[in-house]
Design a protein around this ligand. Sequence first.
Ligand SMILES: [Zn+2]
Length: 124
Amino acid sequence: MDREEMSTVDELAAALGVAEHVRRTCGANWPVLAGLSVRWMDSLRTAGRWDQRKLTIFLNRRLYGADLRDSFLHELAHALTAANEPFRVPPHGSAWKRRARRLGANATATNFYPSLARWRREDL
Ligand SMILES: [Zn+2]
């Protein structure tokens, strides 16, 4: 996976081996969510974030393996929630938690990612 290039939710889901699961879980929202942009970011503490204005998922360039998959699903749950809630809801409230669980993400606001911890130990 080329970390320099921007990709889409669809492409990253396929690269992570969760395309089928994610497509089923997102259901009718999949055609819209599939085309959303995923961009890599550099950050010391943030694993990822969903940018509602840019309709983009940002993921930490240093994440890999299970950490990358969990972070991706966490942010995708934000996008899925935004697509389904008519009003603003708390970012990690019950509407998000329900979708995060269905997507198979750790349904908490923060999570410990060994790949970022390793990076911190090495780079700081
Ligand atoms: Zn979040």
